[in-house]
Design a protein around this ligand. Structure first.
Ligand SMILES: NC(=O)c1ccc[n+]([C@@H]2O[C@H](COP(=O)([O-])OP(=O)(O)OC[C@H]3O[C@@H](n4cnc5c(N)ncnc54)[C@H](OP(=O)(O)O)[C@@H]3O)[C@@H](O)[C@H]2O)c1
Length: 297
């Protein structure tokens, strides 16, 4: 018999990847209509009703810029809901994997961030996610909080889809060249989440607490865009020129950390591997556009 898992989230990028990734759980996915995070008790009631072995909180208020003008909605979904879901998990004895973000940091560190680095969010989204982490970790639930960053893949709305859409318009695209991160495959993140769930349900105390999970190597936004465009052209897909620009020349309501690199060492040492982003990008483009037909450097 497979243990049951309740995944809060159905339509988002991570939820879709969780549905595709192999796991030893029998997962049930709850969409916004069954568990609206702005009514946090709904999600908690679902946990109490179904009493699963594992809960994965895969939904969140992820509109980083809009959060600046909707702070109360972001707080309900990203802070209050994770807290009450974690308390419900503690009551019914369910393990919990909650997902958070690099945007709890301001990006000023000279090097990849580890879990013990002090957070300093630059905006409402990062602050509400940070507060949610605290609620989960203080709830008494057997919980892992997994911070991730720059998630991309063939599923859901993400940077790959954005760049392909811009490329289809032809000409030149302006992409920031001074933000550096560690692009993370959505499928890899899903496998990491299921692996953490496995460990927690198996009673592994080392899987509790705060973890970083990202790809194994660095890229700037514009390098990633260039690789997407080159990979697209090699598959007969849309191509365009990438013009790197400075973040300062692309003002947005919420500031982004210039350094979004997360060090995944703690999770890697638990046996959950990170991969370099280029082969992961190739897999995503193969799924979206088919195999390479041309050599394009
Ligand atoms: N994607 C990244 O690069 C990235 C980076 C760092 C951290 N993360 C974290 O990873 C987790 C998963 O993100 P993702 O990439 O899957 O995001 P996503 O693709 O934007 O999906 C967000 C999901 O949350 C749902 N949602 C939003 N507000 C809701 C509400 N009030 N009630 C119920 N559901 C609601 C959305 O539902 P609708 O479809 O109905 O709107 C959607 O299914 C989040 O915790 C996020 O903070 C993501």
């Amino acid at each position: 018999m497979h243990p049951s898992a309740l995944v809060i989230g159905r339509t988002g990028q991570l939820a879709r990847e969780l549905a595709r990734a192999p796991c030893r759980f029998q997962p049930v996915f709850l969409g916004r209509e069954e568990a609206d995070l702005t009514r946090p008790e709904e999600a908690a009631a679902a946990v109490e009703r179904t009493r699963p072995a594992l809960v994965v909180l895969a939904a969140a208020y992820t509109a980083v810029d809009r959060a600046e003008s909707e702070p109360e909605t972001a707080r309900l979904a990203n802070t209050v809901a994770p807290g009450v879901v974690a308390e419900a998990c503690a009551r019914v004895g369910a393990a919990l994997v909650h997902v958070s973000t690099d945007m709890v940091f301001d990006g000023a560190k000279d090097g990849p961030y580890v879990e013990t680095d002090p957070p300093a969010p630059l905006g409402v989204y990062g602050q509400t996610k940070l507060d949610g982490e605290g609620r989960v970790l203080g709830s008494g639930a057997r919980a892992a909080v997994v911070r991730t960053s720059w998630v991309f893949g063939a599923s859901g709305a993400n940077f790959v889809q954005l760049v392909l859409r811009l490329a289809a318009q032809g000409g030149e695209m302006r992409i920031v060249g001074d933000q550096v991160g560690r692009p993370t495959g959505g499928g890899d993140l899903a496998r990491a989440v299921w692996a953490m769930g496995d460990l927690l349900v198996g009673g592994e105390a080392a899987a509790e607490g705060l973890f970083h999970y990202a790809g194994a190597d660095d890229a700037t936004r514009s390098e990633l865009a260039e690789a997407i465009v080159a990979g697209s052209a090699a598959r007969g897909g849309p191509a365009a020129r990438v013009l790197p620009i400075a973040t300062a020349d692309y003002p947005t309501p919420a500031r982004r950390p210039l350094n979004a690199r997360l060090d995944s060492g703690r999770l890697n040492r638990l046996g959950v591997a990170s991969r370099p982003w280029r082969p992961v990008l190739d897999e995503a483009l193969d799924q979206l556009l088919g195999p390479r037909t041309r050599d394009v450097s």
